[in-house]
Structure formats: C-alpha cells, structure tokens
Design a binder for this molecule. Structure first.
Ligand code: ADP
Ligand code: MG
Length: 311
C-alpha cells in the first residue's frame, strides 16, 4: 500500500477504536487465516461472580476421614467453607479470588486474617491463615498437597457442565468443598465468531480453565469443540499458538491477560483487548479500545480497505 493508503487505514481503524501498531501490521491483518481467542476476559466479561458453595468432606462422602492434625470441624458448613476460602483469597488479585472474597462479603460471611499468600500460577493459591493452611484451586494442585479430591469429582463436573469454573478448597490437607464462579459470555462474542467463520477464518479458543467449562463456553459462542484447547498453563499458551501455526497457517491471537503476552508475541498478529493488562497491550500489534470481540472483524475489514471513514 502507498503511505497515503496506510495513513488512511490507520486513521479509519482509530476511528473505530482499532489501533494498529504500524503500517506493516495494518497490511498483515487481512492475511490472517485463523483467530485464536483467549476465553476469560476476551470472550467473556472477565468479571466472575460466586454462584455456588458445596461442602464435600471425605466424611460426608462416607470415606474414612484421614487422621491429619487438621483443625477441621466435624460438620463443615457452607459458611465455614466460604470463610476459609475467602480468608485465603483475600490477598489474591485473580478474578476468581476476588469473586470469592466479594461473594463472602455480600453474604455477610466473615473474612479472617491472612498471613502469607502464595500464588501458584494457572493452578490456584496457597494461604497461611488463622484457620490453618488453605489451598484453593484445581484438583491437581490439591492432589499435589496430598489432599484426597475424588469425593468432589461429581460436584465439580455438574458445575463445570453449566459453564462455571469450579475450584476446590482444602484446609490443612483436608478437603472442605467446592466453590463455583461464573463469568458472562460477552453478548457480541457469538456474532464475532460467526462473522469470522463466514469469512472462512478458523476460530480457536485457548484457556487455562478446565475442559468442561471451556467446551460449555465454546458451545455458547459457536466455536468447534475440536478447536478448543483447555487447561493450558500460562507458559504453554505460546506453544499452543505455534501448534496452530505449525501447518503454515497465519494466526491472530486475541487476549487480555499477562499470561497471554507470550502468545500474542508468537502469533502472526497479536491483538490485545483494551480493558486488558498493560503487559498484553505492550506485547500486541493491535489494540481493541472497545474490548469488543467484533472489532477483530473490523480490524480485518480495515486491513482489506473495505471499512470506510465515519463521517
Ligand atoms: P485463564 O487462562 O482462563 O485466564 P488462569 O490461567 O488465570 O485462567 O487460571 C487457570 C485456572 O487456575 C483457573 O481456572 C482456576 O482453576 C485456577 N486458579 C488460578 N488462580 C486461582 C485463584 N486465585 N483461586 C482459585 N483458583 C485459581
Ligand atoms: Mg484472560
């Protein structure tokens, strides 16, 4: 394109809240054959709300309680489950942690004192609290701590089938129960996916969340199950993009989080959601100021020169 055409394209993009990093990026976007969306905060609002608390203790399940020196009451209540989890998450900045703390406060549940918080990236948290050592997160994280997580399997599956994200809570090595948080799919996500598919662009989703929740969200927005990669650890998101590009196809990665930055840099084009983290915006080639997934389609239209100026 001529420098004049580039200037026009860049300015039309800006009018639509689509910021291209430079002229070569503007050129490149139209050649994208696959779009890879991050789930949380990109296809979904990224604002989690606590929806469920289910007590699942080994004793409640009929299993023999372990003889850990745990200070776990014999009859764990929902309120205790929530108090313990919220206390541990009170230092967390993760949307799941924030939802648990907010959910506890709304329900008038006490949030206790937290001594030390340890984030286990992409898996959960470990907190030293006034109640004892609390672990909140994925089953494999708790299993690594020697917690028996089997009794919670059915409860987790039920909640995940509804598209919710379920996390387990353990206190001093003993399972207490399951909490679930839900995140609304952006109303425009479905439209964005169908517009891309109409143009023969393959649509994928990558997420650190579990398989069942990921598939439920994919179904809701119209992404093929075969194109969903779930349980991807933050450090593996870039590899997942490389795998999609392995056959030579040019992929656009769209994400919002710190954990998406390497994948944004790896993709043929990296697109950051404007409401996302600075790290993602810095790593990206294009930023969508309106945080609307439909603006991915606008970016392609601008690149093709088929979107005209707003008068
Ligand atoms: P995403 O890729 O969807 O943005 P993350 O990589 O941040 O997700 O987290 C992946 C998973 O790790 C979550 O779905 C959850 O199971 C677990 N997890 C992460 N942080 C926390 C936390 N603070 N509390 C509980 N679980 C967490
Ligand atoms: Mg995200």
């Amino acid at each position: 394109a001529t420098p004049a055409a580039t200037m026009v394209g860049t300015s039309i993009g800006a009018q639509h809240g689509v910021l291209f990093e430079g002229g070569d990026i503007l050129e490149r976007v139209k050649d994208v054959e696959a779009v890879v969306f991050d789930k949380t905060g990109t296809l979904t609002e990224g604002e989690m709300t606590l929806t469920d608390a289910r007590v699942v203790t080994p004793a409640a399940d009929g299993a023999v309680p372990s003889d850990a020196e745990a200070d776990v009451p014999a009859d764990v209540t929902k309120e205790f489950l929530l108090e313990v989890a919220a206390t541990a998450e009170s230092g967390s900045e993760h949307p799941i942690g924030e939802a648990i703390v907010a959910g506890a406060r709304e329900r008038g549940t006490r949030v206790g004192d937290l001594d030390v918080l340890q984030n286990v990236s992409g898996r959960g948290i470990r907190g030293r609290t006034e109640h004892g050592t609390v672990v909140v997160g994925k089953p494999d994280l708790l299993a690594d701590e020697g917690v028996e997580t089997d009794p919670a399997r059915d409860a987790m599956a039920d909640l995940e089938e509804e598209g919710k994200t379920a996390v387990l809570v353990a206190l001093d090595g003993e399972l207490l129960g399951v909490l679930a948080v839900a995140d609304e799919v952006k109303p425009s996500a479905r439209e964005a996916v169908s517009a891309l598919r109409e143009r023969d662009v393959t649509v994928h989703m990558i997420t650190g969340d579990n398989e069942r929740t990921a598939r439920a969200v994919a179904r809701e927005v119209g992404i093929d199950e075969a194109n969903v990669r779930a349980g991807v650890l933050p450090e593996d998101k870039a590899d997942a993009v490389e795998a999609i590009q392995a056959d030579g196809s040019r992929a656009m990665m769209v994400g919002d989080g710190v954990n998406d930055a390497p994948a944004l840099a790896t993709a043929f084009v990296g697109v950051a959601i404007g409401s996302g983290t600075d790290v993602a915006i810095e790593a990206a080639d294009v930023t969508l100021m309106r945080s609307d997934p439909r603006d991915v389609v606008k970016a392609i239209n601008v690149s093709e020169g088929t979107l005209t100026k707003i008068k």
